[in-house]
Each structure stands twice: as C-alpha cells, then as structure tokens.
Design a protein around this ligand. Structure first.
Ligand code: GRE
Ligand code: ZN
Length: 265
C-alpha cells in the first residue's frame, strides 16, 4: 500500500476543483436527441473526411480498464473539416466504445427515446492547439463523431469483424494488440454525405470538460449480439474479477435554451 505523494495529492485536488468548476457550466453530455426539439437545416456543409484511414501504418487497440481504444501510431493522421467545424481542421486522436451489461442499453446519447447497444466515439482535436492535451479544455478544442451500434439476431457485421476479433486479444486490463488500419474504413462510409445532429457539449468521462462539438449520426449500424458481447469480456482490474460492463454516463438535463441542430443530407 503506497502512500500517495504530495504532488499527487495536489494534482488530485486540482482535478477535483476543475471538475467542480466545469459542472457549473451548462453544456454537459450526453443528452437526449429529438427531431422535433432540434433546429432543422436543409442546407449544410457536408462534413469532410480526409486522410488515409486504410493506408500504411498500424493501429493499436488497448484495454484501458474503462474502455477499448484505438490509436494510430503514424504521424500522418486522418482529419475532419467542414460541417459545423468553422473552417478548423480536427485531427484524429482516438476511437473508443461505450457499452453496458445488456443489448438494450449501452449508448450515451438517447435518440427519440430509444437506447442502442453501444456508442462509438471518434475523438478529434483542433489542429490549431497542436496536441490533444492542449485542446481538451478549449471550447472549440474537440470534435467527436458518434455512431450507434444496435445488436441484432443477424450475422456478424463484416466491417467490424477485425475489431471484434481483436477485442479477444485485449481481455486483460492494460494490454494492447495491433489492428490493421483499415478496421476503421467504415467511418467514412457511414458518415460521408449523411445528415447529422450537432451540439456543443462535454466529455462524458472525467473531467467532463465542455470542449466538444458533438456530431452524431442517428441511424444505427447493425452488428450481431455476439460482436457486442465480446466487449463485455474485457476486464477492468488486474485481479480479473471485474469486467467492464457499464461505461455509460447517464443523460444530463440541458438548460432550456440549449441549441441542438440537425443537418439533413
Ligand atoms: C470519453 O472518454 O468518453 C470521451 C473522450 C473525449 C471526448 C469525448 C468522450 O475521451 O466521450
Ligand atoms: Zn466516449
């Protein structure tokens, strides 16, 4: 049993103060999405996906004890542009998953009162801040693309086969495996030229910073029940007794003047 160092105590204290301060703000995520309560726009700048999701360089897939996360090792990262992003370039940082212990819950945002089995977050940071760390507390620091996954009785979704197979290599906490970079090519196909919901919100994990432009695609992607079940096998502690079976933040009630926009394709 190690005593925490004084610098660790100071850091923890500062982190708690930061969390308390941010909680006073009113842009917390996730929220419920509803078509009728959104401002609709028929015309929109499509979100542009640039860079090569599928070329050279491997990706690492890691069990962090809280989620499963994919990062690229290479320097040349895919990036986002256009849409609601005010002409800034947002570089890919990581992609991670949220899920729960059953197929009827597991997403963070709720769409028209319905919960899906999982939610995928592709986290990007504003290039003008140079690093994710610098960007994470800026109001225009992050852009996160969210997709819903819905477990069905159908066969495995082939686009996710490499990923769901790789999940079985990172059962132990803090282990990682390499995956082919083309395991994320489905993102472009699912998102390009489709309409989306967008609003200003926060991280859904500590320290809940209000720095995220959320871009959410409402049509769920179908995967098999087995593909979702693999994620529930991941361990959250080294003693291997506890699985990651709920990494979902509950819905946050937005203030009445919170704006939610829908952009139709
Ligand atoms: C998360 O940890 O779930 C997260 C991030 C960054 C942006 C959004 C988000 O790490 O939900
Ligand atoms: Zn997330």
């Amino acid at each position: 049993n190690e005593e925490p160092s004084s610098s660790q105590l100071v850091e923890d204290h500062e982190a708690h103060v930061l969390v308390a301060e941010w909680r006073l703000h009113k842009f917390q995520s996730p929220i419920e999405l509803s078509h009728d309560e959104s401002i609709s726009h028929d015309h929109f700048d499509p979100l542009e996906f640039h860079g090569h999701w599928d070329k050279t360089g491997e990706a690492t897939f890691e069990n962090t004890g809280k989620t499963a996360v994919i990062r690229f090792q290479r320097k040349e990262l895919p990036y986002l542009f256009g849409g609601p992003l005010h002409n800034d370039v947002y570089l890919f940082e990581q992609l991670h998953f949220h899920w729960s212990d059953n197929d009827n819950e597991g997403c963070e945002h709720i769409f028209e009162g319905k919960a899906y089995s999982m939610e995928v977050h592709a986290v990007h940071y504003n290039k003008k801040y140079n690093t994710f760390k610098e960007a994470v507390d800026k109001p225009d620091g992050l852009a996160v693309i969210g997709f819903f996954l819905e477990a069905t009785d159908n066969d495995d979704n082939p686009c996710f086969k490499k990923l769901t197979a790789a999940v079985q290599n990172i059962i132990k906490v803090n282990t990682s495996t390499t995956v082919a970079p083309d395991c994320l090519t489905w993102i472009k196909e699912e998102a390009q030229c489709k309409g989306y919901y967008t609003y200003q919100g926060s991280l859904t994990t500590e320290p809940y910073l209000e720095s995220v432009t959320w871009i959410l695609y409402p049509t769920p992607i179908h995967v098999s029940r087995q593909q979702v079940a693999h994620f529930r096998e991941l361990k959250s502690t080294p003693c291997e007794k506890v699985n990651i079976v709920n990494n979902v933040r509950p819905i946050q009630t937005p203030p009445s003047d919170r704006k939610l926009n829908i952009f139709f394709a």
